[in-house]
Design a protein around this ligand. Structure first.
Ligand SMILES: Cc1cc2nc3c(=O)[nH]c(=O)nc-3n(C[C@H](O)[C@H](O)[C@H](O)COP(=O)(O)OP(=O)(O)OC[C@H]3O[C@@H](n4cnc5c(N)ncnc54)[C@H](O)[C@@H]3O)c2cc1C
Length: 508
């Protein structure tokens, strides 16, 4: 069996290596840093990522180390506020989830949880090892690790925004750097607002946000501080944070203490192709954008989740090239959309032009009340940020049989719903494909499980399991093939068993 090299042990690389190992592939993971990072960086773990952590078996460890935020609050002034209750909005069949909150977990804790998980699968991170170059040919990849040539079947670049893998394959990283500078602190605040929520304070002078962290009065605060001709990366001072609060908060607030501070500029860049022969780019190596919306780390983790099961199959035996190409076909549009939306959000929340300042100071409060006053808009927004609405409608892996009016289509996320015992995601948990059969199909289920022993789990959804029937939009007979990354590959409505078996045979 061929070996895969994962370069970089950030959240993306750790997920990638762990998923490859769980799917039975031989993997090595290296990181040039000699020790794990200890800073908090990405803070918000989105509901879709928590679903993924549930699949990996690490969700309890993650939940124990972070804190739940139930709402996002836009605070314009003392009277004018818009509160968006996250849990209450993730209740539609499409976005229903076991984890309906924004979850605040420091990135180093996320990395610790994933590193422990990886170790439990028998893979250790090789630290202090730097990839300095690579070349590929039709049979494999020669990677230079600290200058020493080592041969692999595949290489996955999870080595962040300055990816050496990307440079080695000559892949452009198109985009730009924003002129605006930001300062950020993990701090203890003394103010009247309750702990445990997310606050955004748009004001004429700029943008300021405070995201709850574990611990009394602890928040991540960050905001823009203007554009300087030449970048200034000096450590921000206590006075700068206090001034930012005084200028932009409509209520008294004091920074009691900072635990970690950072000054940075942001980029919007992406690669045109996520795959080049035997080399893949994943996470920040493939796309970087403003953290507005807290999407970056979550997107990288899900890139990895998308690619790992496909690549593991390629290592176990002949997998069609189109299966590997589907990684780019599915995830590149997600990355591109993210670059566009975060860019727009960034322009509004931190732009210093007259229009952006006016929008924040005057139009914002009115617009926010009007727009966010609509429940449908709030539901759409939160479901999108939660990454529960991401779908791959044009995926080459999609197949269908028949037609339907309700419920998910091929390329959509598998929906969560309760069953007679447990829930749909309990059935999906694991590395297998899943077949959900609606109707009297016990014999068919047994035949499928016998044919694809260990590789497919087949579950008949009974007539009385109405929550699942409603979620999947099936009133009579129907069938779904669900991929190991919990996306729908095939839907039949009504179900013809021979067609479903033919789909499975072609797929597996
Ligand atoms: C201040 C800040 C706040 C953020 N907030 C959020 C947030 O709230 N939510 C969110 O989703 N995202 C957020 N992000 C973005 C998030 O941190 C990144 O998207 C995430 O770290 C990307 O993970 P990654 O594993 O792809 O890359 P990285 O975390 O950059 O990891 C890359 C790894 O590769 C290693 N490496 C690099 N080059 C080599 C080499 N040549 N050889 C071997 N190893 C190498 C590095 O040492 C590193 O460990 C934030 C980012 C910052 C800076």
């Amino acid at each position: 069996m061929g070996e895969i090299l994962v370069v970089g042990a950030g959240p993306t690389g750790l997920t990638m290596a762990a998923e490859l190992a769980r799917h039975g592939a031989a993997v090595r993971i290296v990181d040039r840093a000699t020790a794990p990072a200890t800073t908090s960086r990405a803070l918000v773990v989105q509901p879709r990522t928590l679903e993924l952590f549930d699949d990996l078996g690490v969700v309890d460890a993650a939940l124990a180390a972070g804190t739940r935020a139930d709402s996002v609050n836009l605070v314009f002034d003392r009277e004018r506020r818009a509160r968006i209750d996250v849990s209450g909005l993730l209740t539609e069949p499409e976005t229903h989830t076991e984890y309906p909150w924004l979850f605040s977990l420091s990135q180093h804790e996320t990395e610790r949880v994933l590193t422990d998980h990886l170790a439990s699968l028998g893979v250790g991170v090789e630290r202090g090892v730097t990839l300095t170059g690579l070349t590929q040919d039709p049979d494999g990849v020669t990677a230079l690790l600290d200058g020493r040539a080592v041969r692999f079947d595949w290489v996955v670049g999870c080595d962040g925004a300055r990816s050496a893998v990307r440079t080695a394959i000559g892949m452009p990283f198109e985009g730009a750097t924003y002129a605006e500078e930001f300062i950020m602190a993990d701090a203890r605040l003394d103010w009247e607002l309750p702990d445990g929520d997310l606050y955004v304070f748009p004001s004429r002078s700029g943008f300021l946000a405070a995201f709850a962290m574990p611990g009394a009065g602890r928040f991540r605060i960050f905001g823009n501080v203007g554009a300087h001709g030449s970048p200034d990366y000096s450590e921000p001072t206590h006075e700068e944070f206090q001034t930012m609060l005084d200028e932009r908060l409509p209520l008294p607030a004091r920074v009691v203490e900072e635990y970690w501070v950072s000054r940075y500029r942001l980029h919007r860049r992406g690669v045109p192709r996520y795959r080049d022969g035997r080399v893949f780019l994943v996470g920040d190596a493939a796309h970087v954008h403003s953290p507005a919306g807290a999407q970056g780390m979550n997107t990288g983790i899900q890139d990895a989740y998308n690619l790992a099961w496909k690549l593991a199959r390629a290592c176990r035996g002949p997998a069609s090239d189109s299966l590997l190409d589907s990684y780019h076909a599915e995830r590149h549009p997600v990355g591109q959309r993210l670059l566009r939306t975060t860019d727009r959000m960034f322009s509004v929340i931190s732009g210093q032009g007259a229009v952006a300042r006016f929008a924040r100071g005057h139009v914002g409060p009115v617009l926010a009340r009007r727009v966010l006053g609509r429940e449908s808009v709030r539901r759409w927004l939160i479901g999108t940020f939660a990454q529960l609405r991401i779908s791959y409608p044009d995926s080459p892996l999609n197949a269908r049989d028949g037609g339907w009016r309700d419920g998910p289509a091929p390329g959509d996320r598998a929906r969560e719903a309760s069953l007679g015992t447990g829930r749909v995601y309990d059935v999906l948990r694991g590395t297998h494909h899943t077949v959900l059969l609606f109707g009297e199909w016990t014999g068919l289920a047994a035949r499928i499980e016998e044919t694809y022993r260990g590789r497919v789990v087949a579950r008949v959804v009974g007539a009385d399991e109405t929550a699942a029937r409603v979620a999947y939009g099936v009133s009579g007979s129907g069938g779904f093939v669900i991929r190991p990354d919990k996306y729908i590959a095939y839907r039949a409505d009504p179900l013809d068993p021979e067609h479903l078996l033919a789909d499975l045979a072609a797929r597996l």
